[in-house]
Design a binder for this molecule. Sequence first.
Ligand SMILES: [Zn+2]
Length: 341
Amino acid sequence: MIIDIHGHYTTAPKQLEVWRQQQIDNLATPSLGPKASDLKISDDELYETIQTNQLRLMKERGADLTIFSPRASFMAHHIGDFNTSATWAAICNELCYRVSQLFPDNFIGAAMLPQSPGVHPATCIPELENCVKHFGFVGINLNPDPSGGHWTHPPLSDRSWYPFYEKMVEYDIPAMIHVSTSCNCAFHTTGAHYLNADTTAFMQCLTSDLFKDFPTLRFVIPHGGGAVPYHWGRFRGLAQELKKPLLTEHLLNNIYFDTCVYHQPGIDLLTRVIPIKNVLFASEMIGAVKGIDPETGHYFDDTKRYIEAADLSTEERHLIYEGNARRVYPRLDAALKAKGR
Ligand SMILES: [Zn+2]
């Protein structure tokens, strides 16, 4: 089985965007609405947007199951207050749940959190509980910078996160560390802010003792880990300077990287530098990079091609495609086993 651990509902029906725009337009007077119940999207519409997009490409490229979460750049936690984010997150999560019900063999949900700048992360616990208990979600997207590119929030190691991490540990559920859109014009959202955040999150963990306090907490750092694998020597050297343990002990029992790296040399480096047990297959399809690479004639985000071409054994490839995902996402493994998969 090939599990893609990183997919977003980037193709949701237009009504969703219209609803969000109305919410933003009425931020000053939320009583003007819209209410969550004002959003009307039929199952047929959901079916169509998936069938003709993500599912079509999964079948063409050979992926079986996608861990599916709300569109990351649309989370925009910097907009409005906690109530704005709470309503928006609940709507977006429910749509992903409905997709997982329409296509139970191909999609399973991961939750967007109702984060808001300056608001305590524990406020996200009820939405997490709902997504796990009622929607059967197996993962979370956790935004390390709800300010949208201004980095006003304390680091991931800050104790304000601890009540939320305790709930993650209780549910044995991992979080993908995933920022949203950048409202800082110095940072392009997917080209700079995403990769900066991946690198920053890793360094926040490196300089802390977070995983001493939470030995079973697990983070997935997307987009191939940002700059981390490429600069692995720098990070190892910095850990040494800071008198931290070797990174294999300090971070690699808790941090994992996906394969959303859109060229062969990048995947070759990732799989050579980072232990295979820490690499999980993903494409982030349909995402930021939709075009065809003129050098190869194939889609940049057809990441399975790179894994196939990498110098890996059959067992290593199996770990990247399936084995590691089942280990890092135990609730996914349990859901699959319950269906005899
Ligand atoms: Zn993403």
